[in-house]
Design a protein around this ligand. Structure first.
Ligand SMILES: [Zn+2]
Length: 242
């Protein structure tokens, strides 16, 4: 108990009365943590900007018995550009939600935190299609979470093209290990997945895909997330409706 410093990013927020809110922060060294922010919705509050979604801050918090109360938020990065573009915003909301829904509680999540920061920076500062940034994030996030290896056949590890995707089992398979109902991966999709799996940090946000390859990568990853992580989020599809 007492005053602690946390560096992290706001991945969720909800109302807490007229002028206050609770924010969910993905913080360095501690992972997911809920902070209550008194008066943070007042336009004159010094907590106003630091408690918005995607704000990356140094938070000063008072730790009580089973709760954290925010006393100060020093903004490091607001990713302001994301809010100026509906496509970018839709993807950023999705990324925050998938992390909120799937990253385990009560443990350090520094790799996920870094990945999220790189993805938001890519949305904010690059010209990559926002949907592609989300797909790249998904591949790396699945890998960090232990659900995806390097992109080869899940039985024998073979990486030659083409690999196949089994939609029922959510497996990537070589020809020899197909057991029926697989679709062949487009070369560009197979290359994209292994490109992301084999690189680190911001290097993963460094390619583009044709519309056809984007569609397949989208469908394959949607199913992969469902099978292996048990998630199927409405916010993932939101940008397509814009
Ligand atoms: Zn195989």
């Amino acid at each position: 108990m007492g005053v602690v410093e946390l560096r992290g990013i706001v991945i969720g927020e909800n109302q807490n009365g007229e002028s206050s809110k609770r924010i969910l922060v993905l913080a360095k060294d501690v992972g997911r943590v809920m902070l209550s922010a008194r008066g943070a919705k007042n336009t004159k509050s010094k907590l106003l900007s630091g408690t918005q979604l995607f704000s990356y801050c140094d938070f000063l918090v008072y730790e009580g018995k089973g709760f954290y109360s925010l006393t100060q938020a020093d903004l490091i990065e607001s990713f302001y550009g994301i809010r100026m573009d509906m496509d970018k915003l839709a993807e950023a909301v999705y990324l925050a939600e998938i992390v909120e829904k799937t990253c385990p509680l009560g443990m350090e999540q520094d790799e996920t935190l870094r990945l999220l920061l790189y993805a938001l920076a890519a949305l904010d500062k690059t010209q990559l299609p926002p949907r592609l940034i989300s797909r790249i994030f998904e591949v790396k996030y699945l890998q960090l979470s232990g659900f995806l290896s390097d992109g080869g056949c899940m039985v024998c590890g073979m990486e030659e093209e083409p690999l196949f995707f089994n939609e029922t089992s959510g497996e990537f398979l070589c020809k020899a290990h197909c057991h029926g109902g697989e679709i062949p991966l487009l070369s560009a999709v197979q290359k994209a997945i292994s490109f992301v799996a084999q690189r680190e940090e911001k290097q993963i946000f460094a390619f583009t895909l044709s519309e056809e390859a984007m569609e397949q990568m989208d469908a394959v990853l949607r199913r992969y997330l469902e099978v292996h992580m048990g998630v199927s989020l409405k916010s993932r599809e939101f940008s397509k409706e814009l």
